[in-house]
Design a protein around this ligand. Structure first.
Ligand code: SF4
Length: 279
């Protein structure tokens, strides 16, 4: 049994909050640079260059890439052979509290969805736990701005709607989102499972590199086809027209029920942040 102190988790999370908010992930950089090479609209090219310049500046100055430093979302895989000395959830929330304070990151969380009083420390975090074999803890942090979060969608399709029904729903969701999720976007798609499982898969899909492909060739082909259809919509960078509406489409799936076909779309913006550390 390996022991990991809660204090170490808190310190790690604190640093991750600052690092993820100030450093654009390498995959998003790569995709924006690639977008610049294929964008036809001059306005679109200018915006993509500005996004790179903005990300470079944020990195140099250790400042947030965007003013919306998001709700703190975590995927935490805990090895069965790890003993945590302390309270894990409190450690993660403590790290968020300290990281958002020390990093001068905007606190965007309200204590109640309707009464809307700011908690002033960006807690509580949204934490998804997974118990896995081994003696490690893997923490993925993916702060989520709500310009893009608000534009996602979920639909319980009929099994007979099939591949076409899923693809049409994804494209329609992106089309209706238009400029609101700050394109170029990353499109996370969850297919299968139950209603809540599809939503979780769609969010998790955004933590995969934006230019990665599904390991399943069938879904890799769907990702490519969806990217082509989305980039033919003409929304373009920041919604001002152009070819590069999406940087990537990531699909994650789970077995389903004979009577159902859940599909969820979670849209990530041009600062789709994700950072993983292993303890
Ligand atoms: S959607 Fe993304 S880029 Fe737009 S304001 Fe929110 S965090 Fe910033």
């Amino acid at each position: 049994m390996k022991t990991v102190k809660a204090e170490l988790i808190k310190e790690t999370v604190k640093k991750m909050c600052i690092e993820a908010n100030c450093n654009l992930p390498e995959d998003i950089y790569r995709c924006i640079r690639h977008g610049l090479s294929i964008e036809e609209s001059s306005e679109g090219k200018k915006i993509l260059s500005d996004l790179i310049e903005n990300a470079n500046y944020a990195k140099e100055q250790n400042m947030p890439i965007c003013q919306d430093t998001g709700m703190a979302v975590f995927f935490v895989s805990v090895g069965q052979e790890v003993y945590i000395d302390g309270n894990l959830t409190e450690a993660i929330n403590g790290g968020v509290r300290d990281g958002y304070e020390e990093g001068y990151l905007r606190k965007s969380v309200v204590i109640d969805p309707l009464r809307r009083v700011n908690t002033k420390d960006n807690t509580p975090a949204v934490i998804h736990y997974d118990i896995v074999p081994g003696d490690k803890i893997e923490i993925t942090f993916a702060p989520k701005g709500f310009g893009s979060e608000n534009m996602g969608g979920l639909k319980m399709l009929k099994p007979s709607d099939g591949e076409k029904g899923v693809m049409d729903f994804v494209v329609k969701t992106v089309e209706e989102a238009g400029p609101n999720p700050c394109p170029p976007i990353v499109v996370g798609v969850g297919i299968g499972g139950t209603m809540e499982k599809a939503a979780l898969l769609a969010k998790k899909a955004l933590t995969r590199e934006a230019d990665s492909k599904s390991e399943d060739e069938y879904y890799a082909a769907m990702e490519e086809e969806l990217l082509h259809r989305i980039n033919s919509l003409g929304i373009g960078p920041q919604g001002l027209g152009g070819r590069v509406t999406a940087l990537g489409v990531n699909i994650e799936t789970f077995p389903s029920h004979i009577a159902g076909l859940a599909v969820c779309v979670n849209i990530g913006c041009h600062v789709t942040r994700h950072l993983t550390k292993t303890l």
